[in-house]
Design a protein around this ligand. Structure first.
Ligand code: C2E
Ligand code: CA
Ligand code: CA
Ligand code: CA
Length: 278
């Protein structure tokens, strides 16, 4: 009856209040997280299927919160995206990746690292000059740096994205389209934009062994990407069966729990020296 409706309404409005209080709390803590050195980059190996070796890794941010413990990016990146905080965090990520690349090259490892950019970061005017400054400061080989951008910003902000991608590729960096297949039906941007790789979203890889539609989609994406001279990376590879389908269909590289979770830098170094990589 009425009373019950009123109660559930109160319940919902209380839940909304709690949720927005949580957002405010996270935003407040995020502002101090950089100066308190609470962020950490984990690396997930990307395995080249032709050479059967780790040639690349994706940098994935983690937040070691002093009270709440380990927080994953899905919990705070969307909140940071609503303010200028995302650019501050993004700069920290870029600088930190350059430091990791420097350590890797000092150890004689030639490994590429890719950085995730959300749409707001792609639109930031000073992004390129920041990247360029970091490369110079740490004396990084730009060909070891890759940017991952999602389809949405490539379509909606084509001009701005094009300008950024042209500049980063002109200095030798590479670019991949992240979460490919989840967003857009307009594929014309693939042909026009300066790109290097397509990353097939894990939602297509998940049921690839049993679902004929997913099989067809993945085969079509690989064929199309290769026709456009783009390499293909499959994300979220968890089983040997998924891997062998991808190998059989000429996918270039794979990433997923079958090989490794994203790991701390020290553990990543161990992976580079391990069986997986010889
Ligand atoms: P993404 O770029 O699509 O990253 C892939 C996500 O899939 C990662 O989650 C990774 O840990 C997870 N993953 C990897 N292998 C497997 C697998 O075999 N199975 C399954 N189920 N999942 C797998 P994570 O690290 O929680 O990151 C989530 C998202 O947060 C990323 O999605 C990316 O969009 C964003 N993100 C992470 N780091 C950064 C960053 O430094 N900057 C920005 N702007 N966004 C970031
Ligand atoms: Ca990514
Ligand atoms: Ca992805
Ligand atoms: Ca994603």
């Amino acid at each position: 009856g009425k009373a019950r409706n009123k109660n559930s309404l109160q319940f919902y409005s209380q839940a909304i209040k709690d949720a927005s209080l949580q957002v405010v709390a996270i935003e407040h803590d995020l502002r101090k997280a950089i100066e308190n050195n609470e962020f950490e980059l984990y690396l997930q190996p990307i395995i080249d299927l032709e050479r059967n070796k780790i040639l690349k890794a994706e940098a994935l941010i983690r937040w070691n919160h002093p009270k709440k413990g380990l927080i994953f990016p899905d919990k705070f990146i969307p909140i940071a995206e609503k303010s200028e905080l995302i650019n501050t965090i993004g700069h920290w990520v870029i600088n930190s990746v350059c430091l990791l690349l420097k350590k890797l090259s000092e150890l004689d490892f030639k490994i590429k690292i890719s950085i995730n950019l959300c749409p707001t970061q792609v639109l930031e005017e000073s992004l390129f000059s920041y990247i360029h400054r970091c490369i110079k400061k740490h004396k990084i080989d730009p060909s070891l740096l890759e940017l991952e951008v999602t389809e949405g910003v490539l379509v909606h902000d084509y001009k701005i994205a094009e300008r950024l991608l042209s500049k980063v590729r002109a200095i030798g960096m590479s670019v991949s389209v992240d979460d490919f297949g989840t967003g857009y039906s307009s594929l014309s941007y693939l042909k026009k934009l300066p790109l290097d790789f397509v990353k097939i979203d894990q939602s297509f890889v998940k049921d690839i062994v049993v679902d004929d539609n997913d099989k067809a989609i993945v085969r079509a994406v690989i064929a199309m990407a290769h026709n456009l001279n783009l390499g293909v990376t499959a994300e979220g590879v968890e089983t040997k069966e998924q891997l062998s389908f991808l190998k059989d269909n000429a996918c270039n590289s794979v990433q997923g729990y079958l090989f490794s979770h994203p790991v701390r830098f020290e553990l990543f170094l161990e992976l580079l020296q391990s069986k997986l990589n010889t």
